[in-house]
Write a protein that binds this ligand. Structure first.
Ligand SMILES: Cc1cc2nc3c(=O)[nH]c(=O)nc-3n(C[C@H](O)[C@H](O)[C@H](O)COP(=O)(O)O)c2cc1C
Length: 305
């Protein structure tokens, strides 16, 4: 296993790794590295920062990178500065998101794998604008015929990036098929491995391949305590239901009841997946709009006193 817990990363996941989720992970893994959900540089710079849901103050959040996406070097630099001033410990640039709204319409995210010159200018602009490290999260390439991530890593290094995270799929693969990473090639930056890493064995595998860290995405859904195991702390909840209730509290505190309850349903589904009677439980929870009713349903399902 990696010898520093900061070499284990919580992946950025839009709609999932919000402040409430991050608070839950921290209970089990105080030193793990985390990346926020992606935030648009336009929203940050053009004054929407007070109303964008996922813009936070990060001072009390430990080792956390704030992720931005966008296609304009100047705006990206300004957004990086705003996040630095809000307490982010490093800035992560999204160069892997395949969603059409980001990658094709906005020319950001995965599109930057097609335009390495622009990618380099964006990284340089962010590096110049902040005093904290800047990283890049990307994929193997645009499609099977263009797996040129090594070139992008070299450009990232020349532009001043501190490290790169590589997801072992192409843009064309989206999130399907297997994530496959080769032996870490000779590259000028530390590389964090990402894609289908779900267990201690998977982490050991990418370490054997020469990678400098491991980032976990979907493998953490419904089991944020796995970071306790991944960080060698063996922390896990005595009763999962208590953690679920805690997570609900944080969601309500952050979003208010009306928004939190429908948003929380997906987490309930992940937490309960595979447990006896979970299908009926999910159907029930999906109809609940009242906070105390939801709390009671969770207590009944996990037998919390
Ligand atoms: C619902 C969802 C939201 C995601 N949001 C982001 C994001 O905001 N920024 C980002 O760089 N990647 C995002 N990703 C990609 C993940 O960070 C990760 O690279 C991908 O899921 C592969 O890792 P995994 O196999 O461990 O899940 C998202 C993935 C999913 C499924």
């Amino acid at each position: 296993m990696f010898n520093k817990n900061s070499q284990i990363f919580v992946a950025p996941m839009a709609g999932i790794t919000d402040k409430p989720f991050r608070k839950i992970v921290r209970q089990f893994a105080p030193d793990v590295s985390m990346v926020t959900e992606m935030i648009s540089c336009h929203s940050l710079v053009e004054g929407h920062k007070n109303c964008i849901r996922n813009f936070d103050n990060y001072d009390d959040e430990g080792n956390i990178g704030a992720q931005i996406f966008g296609a304009e070097p100047d705006l990206m630099g300004q957004a990086a500065k705003i996040l630095q001033d809000s307490g982010a410990k490093w800035i992560d640039i999204n160069m892997g998101c395949p969603v059409p709204k980001v990658a094709t319409r906005a020319g950001a995210g995965a599109f930057l794998m097609k335009d390495h010159v622009l990618a380099g200018r964006i990284i340089e602009s962010c590096v110049k604008s902040v005093q904290i490290p800047v990283s890049v999260k990307t994929r193997l390439g645009w499609d099977e015929e263009h797996k040129d991530w090594r070139d992008l890593v070299r450009i990232a290094a020349e532009s001043g990036a501190a490290f790169v995270t590589i997801h072992g799929r192409t843009r064309a693969q989206g999130y399907s098929g297997k994530s496959v990473l080769p032996m870490k090639p000779d590259l000028p930056l530390p590389i964090i491995a990402n894609g289908d890493i779900k267990s201690v064995e998977d982490i050991e595998d990418v370490q054997q391949l020469g990678y400098d860290g491991a980032m976990i995405g979907r493998g953490m859904l419904g089991q944020p305590w796995i970071f306790g195991r991944f960080c060698g702390l063996c922390r896990k909840p005595k009763n999962i239901g208590v953690t679920v209730l805690n997570h609900l509290d944080y969601m309500i505190e952050y979003y208010g009841v009306k928004v939190a309850i429908p948003m929380f349903r997906k987490h309930v589904a992940w937490y309960s997946a595979g447990l006896p009677n979970s299908a009926q439980f999910r159907i029930k929870v999906n109809q609940i709009t009242d906070e105390s009713e939801l709390r009671q349903a969770i207590k009944d399902f996990w037998l919390v006193d």
